[in-house]
Write a protein that binds this ligand. Sequence first.
Ligand code: XMP
Length: 217
Amino acid sequence: MTEVILALDVGTRDAAVSIAEKTGPYLDAIKIGYPLVLAAGLTIADELSAGGLPLIADFKVADIPNTSRLIAEEVFSHGFSGIICHGFVGRDSVLACVDTAHDHGGECYVVTEMSHPGAVDFFHGGIAERIAALVCETGADGIIAPATRPERTQMLRTLIGTRKILSPGVGAQGGDPSAIAGIVDGIIVGRAIYESADPAGAAQQYAQFRSLRGTNP
Ligand code: XMP
């Protein structure tokens, strides 16, 4: 099944809780990061995780190993089940996040290539491929790869095998869910759900793509 992961980048605690409650029946996980946590505080993570859906911390951790470990420890003490880190920082920093996640029974996803147009400035030319190799070496649980470039995500799939791919860029950034859902394990959708006049209806629409997993392996 291709999971539907809501990127809940709203600016208040009340909006976050309200949208999470409305859309929850159509979701498989919720991802939060700097926008919501800086606005509402890290306790929002405890509150959302109590709702029962897995919660992924998108802090794109990119620091020295000790600081990355401290960030990951804080994340997993607040109910998160997964963390996203950058890969370009190298093996030791990625390992700090992977090991801390696994110590807590959680998962670590590594950004291999981002979804926005400027990502091609640095991630193309072999970097994404090298990060994918690092993911396999470090035992990370999966990668973040772009829904906006299905051909690149397909290429990354060949490098990481059955490790998970979570894919942002669907909806507001132009990514077509029908083109990516068959390649990946989860689509990450933000604005197309939380800015909709009917967030539950929008989430339900994306839930239709759950059945596409493996149709384009
Ligand atoms: P939208 O509103 O564009 O939100 O659907 C997308 C969400 O995903 C995050 N994002 C990324 N995270 N690598 C990541 O780790 C990426 O390439 C990437 N692209 C988008 C974004 O911050 C937002 O939460």
